[in-house]
Design a protein around this ligand. Structure first.
Ligand code: FE2
Ligand code: FE2
Length: 137
């Protein structure tokens, strides 16, 4: 089984987001290689981290009036609901669909990072430069 690994292709250049994405990749890699006894807690760690990551991204979008916020937050909501369904499955001992979900999550994460998050990172980098210019003017 291929586990998700961090690579330069996932670096967006907005460090607070890159840091949380690196943690996400590490946690998902652990879940992908977890045995049956480890999977429930590994999955629970992913759900917690993902909820924090999405909340953080939402805060950045709201604070900077990001134009693509609605679609981006909708996608987060759909994914987080699925991950929570997966958590309920691990609690019932139904692990195969969660292993499948982990693979789909890895594919989704790469796509999402390189599209919606990449657009957000460009926007946030621009905002950071603007406020730096303002504070040094
Ligand atoms: Fe993200
Ligand atoms: Fe995102």
């Amino acid at each position: 089984m291929n586990t998700l690994e961090w690579s330069d292709a996932l670096v967006l250049g907005f460090e607070p987001m890159d840091r949380m994405h690196r943690e996400f990749v590490a946690l998902l890699g652990q879940a992908q290689s977890a045995n049956d006894a480890q999977l429930p807690s590994a999955w629970s760690a992913i759900v917690d981290h993902t909820a924090r990551l999405f909340e953080r991204e939402s805060q950045w979008m709201r604070k900077t009036h990001f134009a693509g916020a609605t679609d981006h937050m909708l996608q987060h909501r759909v994914v987080l609901n699925l991950l929570r369904d997966g958590l309920a499955m691990t609690r019932r001992g139904n692990l195969p669909p969660v292993r499948e979900m982990a693979q789909e999550l890895a594919t989704w994460f790469v796509k999402h990072t390189q599209s919606l998050d990449a657009a957000l990172a460009v926007h946030l980098r621009g905002q950071a430069e603007t406020s730096l210019r303002r504070s040094s003017a």
